[in-house]
Structures are given as structure tokens and as C-alpha cells.
Design a protein around this ligand. Sequence first.
Ligand SMILES: Cc1ncc(COP(=O)(O)O)c(C=O)c1O
Length: 466
Amino acid sequence: MTDPDFTAFLQAYPSYSSTYGLDDLRATEYGRLDASEQIYLDYTGGGLYAETQVRQHHELLSRHIFGNPHSANPTSLAATQLVEHTRAYILKFFNADPAEYDVIFTGNASGALKLVGESYPFAKGGQYLLTFDNHNSVNGIREFAHARGAKVTYIPVGLPDMRVDTATLDGYLATGEKGQHNLFAYPAKSNFSSVQHPLEWIERAHAAGWDVLLDAAAFAPTNRLDLGKVKPDFVPLSFYKIFGYPTGLGALVARRKALGKLQRPWFAGGTITVASVQGDKYYLAEGHAAFEDGTVDYLNIPAVEIGLKHIESNGIENIQERVRCLTGWLLDNLTVMKHSTGVPLVKVYGPTSTEARGGAVTVNFFDKDGKAIDHRAIEEAANKVNISLRTGCFCNPGAGELALGISRLELDVCFHGPGHEQRLTLDDFRNCIDGKSSGAVRISAGMITNFNDIQGLLLFANSLLS
Ligand SMILES: Cc1ncc(COP(=O)(O)O)c(C=O)c1O
């Protein structure tokens, strides 16, 4: 017999049926999920890998001999060939013209962001402009800006949708001093609210004289980033978020023109053409080579091409549509749950429709008297029924502070309190913002999420009603 909820779901989201191929894929390639009865809903934290990705990678490793690519011997050349092939494949995946864009391998998106931060020519008169809802690894770039005397400006996102309107953005963009180095950073998709900010901002910012850092770490797993159509200068990525395996690899996809602006603070093995001890001189290599410190992860890099092909064979638009349908169903059902007192079970931080948003739904749960239930208690309860959620502030303090109503004044009091000059534990912080939530619960769907996963989550939410 057909499940009436599934029938209602299909009526509300008929395009879901066009993504059934992903159910077949889940059965053949991700069988471990259902076998272990896990409900995985932390795709913004990390994607899941197909068995075939691991198999193909291990076959490659077991059939060949690869040496350190910094030489010209046969095993080294074999590794170089695979690394360069993968580099080219990444550009192809993002439809980036190799004459315009380059790929620098890093450990993760944070590594890519640090490369930009430490090398961008911040100086007095210049500015680092960023939205409130950036990940901490984008926030951290402000320390390089501060150290070099550049101005740091945050653009608040508006409640309740956590978006920025174009007029507000234009106002901030107009503050960049002409002739100075100005960098504007924003997430293509916020890892807190899942808001997808317009990619059209890139050209608005360019026209106003800004370089643009588009954080695509949370966006790329379920959306097409077409670098033939939009032209951000710097794009940090983490590959495990897109296809789960391998971890420990990311990239900075960057415009060659923008790379030319960067000034590396040091040199390392692999980044120079010539370095001299007695002459106290070094010459940086061109393009990506100047930014890849030491030996790249040459045994794992080929697994990136395998992963990208896996995504391509399933279709990124297909994945996006599936996630949109499931997120819509989750939002539709979660937002109408009420206690017997009439108090809603959840408050959603971010948009409650599927318009221009991704597959993460960030909420806090409330009891029947309207008191917030600590996110740690929700996590504990979810753990008991094998549901993997993310709780806390997800390394996105700006969005968290706005969503949770924590003011600048309260933060100043906390940070300047006795004994808090150098150290502040999370518990100290919680005590300090007494009575307010210090975090939230993020439920995020991804490529392999199915209807049952969402129903499992809704059943769990239902069990919290009184
Ligand atoms: C939007 C965004 N940017 C950057 C990062 C940092 O990624 P990583 O921890 O892989 O360096 C994350 C990770 O959650 C993210 O969601």
C-alpha cells in the first residue's frame, strides 16, 4: 500500500519523481546507510561517498606506482600527469576557461581562504567588506586586514529571512576607496541559514571596484557554479563536502588576474623557480605552483576527479531538485507543528520557503511554554535514535548572533568581563549571555537524502511535542 504521506509529498512536489534514480543509487552505492539504520542529516558538514568512488581510487593505487611529483622520473611523471589531469578536470567541472582561471590544491576551504587572507595586498585606505553570515574561516581573514591597517566592515543580514537587499549592498559597495585594494567576501550559500545570496552581486561589486571572494564551500555540493557565466576572483572549496571522499583536500579556484595581485608572505618547497641561501633571494613560480607549499596530496588528488565524475553522472541539477523537494516538505511540516498550548515547536532561522535557499534548515526547538530547549539536549535525543544533526553555531557566529538576538553590548560585556581578556570557554560564554540560546540545530539534506530520512526527522520532532 502506498504511504499516504508520500502521496501527499508527491502531490506537493511532483518533480521529486524525476529524481528516483538517486534512490537506486542509494540502494547500490550507499547501502551502508540503511543497513546501519542511520539517518544522516549533516550534508552541510560533509557529503557521503559512493562505494564505487573508493573502489575506483583503490584500484588506481593498487595498479600503479606513483612517486613525488617534484621530480622528472617515470613514477613522478605518472603522479604529475594525474594531478594535472585532475586540475584541468576541476576547471572543466566549473566551466572555467583555463586561460582565465587556475586551481590551487589546498587541504580544505579554510586553507584556500588563508592563502587569500595572508597574500591579499590589504593596506591603509583599503577595505575588507563581508556579510555577517560568513563562515569563521572567512571572518578570520579580517585579522590580516586589521594587521595591515585596512578597514573591516560587516554587512548585516536582515531578519527573519537573513538576506541582504540590493540597495543595502550597493550602499556598502559605494564605500570602497577608488585606487585601493578592496576585497568583498560572501557565501554563495550560508552554512547557517542556507540563504543563497545572488551571484549577480559579483558583477555589482566588480563594477564598484572590488575584488570578490565567493565562498562556495556550502553551495557547490547541490548547485552548479558556472564560471563561464559568473566571474568571482577567488572561490574556496572543500571536496569532501561535494562528494564525501577524500577528506583533506580542497581548492582555491582563482582568476589568474587576481592571483597576480597576491603577495605571498614566504616561499616553500615547490613554490619557487630559484631560491638562494648565500644570495638571500628567491623567485616565485608562476600561477598555482607559487601557492602550493611543499608536496601536494598526489595520491588522493586523483580521487577528486573520480568524485566529480560521480556528481556529473548523477546530474547536479537533479541533486538540487531532489534536495529542494525534500527541504520544502521538511519546512512545510516542521513549521506547522504546535504543542497543545498552541506554542510552535520550532523557530526557523532563515527562509521558510524553498526560494533561493539550500537544503539546510536551522532551527531552535521550544517547549510548550515557549522556552527554548537547549540544542545540546536536542542533539542528545537525536543521537539516541541514530539521527546525525549539527548543533551549535556551525562556525558562523555572525548569523548566530543576529538570529539568536545577541547584541553587541552583551558581547562587549562578556568579552571585557574580569578574567576574559585572553580566555573564554564556551560555558563561560553561555553563562554570560544568560537565558539566551548560544546555538541552534541544523538539519541538512543532500544528494543521498530520501523521503524516509525526512519522515524520520519529522517523527523525532513530533516526539518532542507535548
Ligand atoms: C560556507 C563554508 N565555508 C567554509 C567552510 C570551511 O570548510 P572546511 O572546514 O572544510 O575548511 C565551511 C565548512 O563548513 C562552510 O560551510
